[in-house]
Ligand binder design. Structure first.
Ligand code: NDP
Length: 498
């Protein structure tokens, strides 16, 4: 029988990181812990591999990435089972996550050449004698630091795009999901056995910190806002560029002309999927007064029916034991400030599970409104109109995603939410749309993964001009004459002066 350990808490023993199921403590697997020297060596090996990988060109990489995508698709069930065994996520939710990740690998592989391939761009009148050429070159080695809550989709959102752009990747998975991380790396090595194009380094936060200082050419970080500031500080020492995908406090706005049943269904799923441990999870709903009571009743009715447990349940355990305290604190703090639980409450926290909790009358200064809860909780707030909803939605430091339910004004409301993404008449759907960029504003980070912007995030633009004839009006030379300067002034005034 497998040894049982403290549920969910990763343990380091004899140089190995042992990860456990958050509900049962059953060992999910073990991986070697990397020393700072190991991290440095991994980056050195990746640098050599990067040259080979970049040399394959778009076509060579596309073939291999599409083969990897096919392998992932063939093994969806195996990987979903592992995601469940390690992080506790219900298998059906893991399947949805993995399929979304596969779609991103597919799109990145198919579109890298179109988005990043070399091209001519137009010359302008001022330098008409030169042609202009643009290419996007890979950085070299990208360090990817990932979280545990979507251990397949979030790292692949960076890894897939970084690889398609021609980089090698050194991946530091979360200490809560290292086995899934190693599985991804091993599966890629089956398709690309020649060089360590994608490798993993394992350990606790210090291994991530070592990766930031190991000489990578870019760091793609997904995790909490607090860790993001440490990652940026470390990368600042060497001017290593970063893309930051950090926390969120996403909201749904429900307008008076919304389909209330669809809104309630999407809100319950958006708030409670993965037991609320979702960066783009709906943590707040702002509902215009005339439909508030009806919406709330439907949300409570749906959320009440969800099951919580380890297998075959809608909501699994809370993966990170420490998060249980945060969730409990947010609930009790809100109630102490006058909030009312209409479902769940402080007793809903029954480690390692939290039952759905819906709070109303939560004041704006409560942690449950201002800070990321990362649990199956939702605040529902009555607002006079959409203007009030927008003001309150936008009054937090985060700005990752969001959702709007309505008809006539829905697109206008979506544009005015301060965030990187919004789903209209659904929740969270933008994460699976590989043609769209993903990322936030404010404390939710900056830079983009997914889509064409996500490919460009992992490449440097290279601009080249090429002379194609003599200059009719020489400007960028000491050989120009005063008469030519006068003609340049005349021309500039004619072209720009009106
Ligand atoms: P953390 O910030 O705790 O950890 C993220 C990663 O950073 C882990 O691999 C962690 O390693 C590593 N790390 C820890 N300390 C350092 C350091 N000093 N330098 C470099 N790396 C370090 O986040 P969680 O894993 O708890 O993930 C949950 C958070 O991620 C939530 O805030 C969530 O909103 C956010 N998230 C954001 C997403 C987005 O796309 N915007 C998507 C998914 C999640 P270790 O685990 O070993 O400590």
């Amino acid at each position: 029988m497998a040894t049982l350990r403290a549920p969910g808490l990763p343990v380091v023993e004899d140089g190995e990181l042992i990860s456990t199921h958050p509900a049962t403590g059953a060992e999910a697997g073990r991986v070697p812990v990397a020393s700072p020297e190991d991290v440095g060596r991994a980056v050195d090996r990746a640098r050599a591999a990067a040259t080979w990988w970049a040399g394959l060109g778009f076509a060579g990489r596309r073939t291999r990435l599409l083969r990897w995508r096919a392998l992932l698709a063939r093994r969806i069930s195996e990987l979903a089972d592992l995601v469940h065994r390690e992080g506790g996520k219900p298998v059906a939710e893991a399947v949805v996550e993995i399929v979304s990740a596969i779609e991103h690998v597919d799109w990145a592989a198919r579109n890298a050449k179109r988005v990043l391939g070399p091209r001519r761009v137009r010359s302008r009148l001022i330098l008409v004698e030169h042609s202009a050429h643009l290419a996007y070159q890979p950085y070299g080695v990208v360090g990817v630091i990932g979280p545990w809550n979507y251990p397949v989709l979030t790292p692949i959102g960076s890894i897939g795009y970084a690889l398609a752009a021609g980089n090698a990747v050194v991946f530091k998975p979360s200490e809560y999901t290292p086995v899934v991380g190693q599985w991804l790396v091993d599966s890629f090595a089956e398709i690309v056995p020649e060089h360590p194009v994608l490798t993993a380094v394992h350990g606790l936060g210090d291994v991530g910190a070592a990766l930031c200082r190991a000489g990578t050419d870019k760091i793609a970080f997904t995790g909490s806002t607090a860790t993001a500031t440490r990652v940026m500080a470390a990368c600042a020492e060497t001017l290593t560029p970063v893309v930051i995908e950090a926390g969120g406090k996403d909201a749904m706005i429900v307008d008076a002309d919304a389909d209330l049943d669809a809104a309630a269904e999407a809100c319950v799923w958006g708030a409670l999927t993965n037991a609320g441990q979702t960066c783009i999870g709906i943590e707040r709903a702002y509902v215009v007064s005339e439909v508030h009571d009806e919406f709330l009743a439907r949300v409570v009715d749906r959320a009440r029916r969800l099951t919580v447990g380890d297998t075959d349940a809608d909501l699994g355990p809370i993966t990170m034991p420490g998060q249980l305290d945060v969730i409990r604190r947010h609930i009790t703090d809100a109630i102490a400030r006058g909030a009312r639980p209409v479902l769940g409450g402080p007793d809903a926290v029954q480690p390692p599970y939290v039952r759905p909790t819906i709070l109303v009358d939560v004041p704006d200064d409560a942690a449950a409104v201002r800070e990321e809860t990362f649990g199956p909780t939702l605040t529902v707030t009555r607002v006079a109109d959409v203007e009030e909803a927008l003001a309150r939605v936008n009054a937090v430091r985060y700005g990752l995603g969001g959702s709007v339910f309505g008809r006539r004004r829905a697109m206008e409301i979506a544009a005015r939410i301060r965030s990187g993404m919004v789903a209209v008449n659904s929740a969270l759907t933008f994460v699976g749309m590989s043609t769209l960029p993903f990322g936030g504003v404010g404390a939710s980070g900056f830079g983009r993964i997914h889509g064409a912007d996500g490919l460009r995030e992992f490449a440097r633009s290279k601009a080249v001009t090429r002379r194609r004839g003599p200059s009719p009006l020489p400007a960028m030379t000491f050989d120009r004459t005063p008469a030519q300067v006068a003609r340049i002034v005349k021309l500039a005034q004619k072209v720009y002066g009106r």
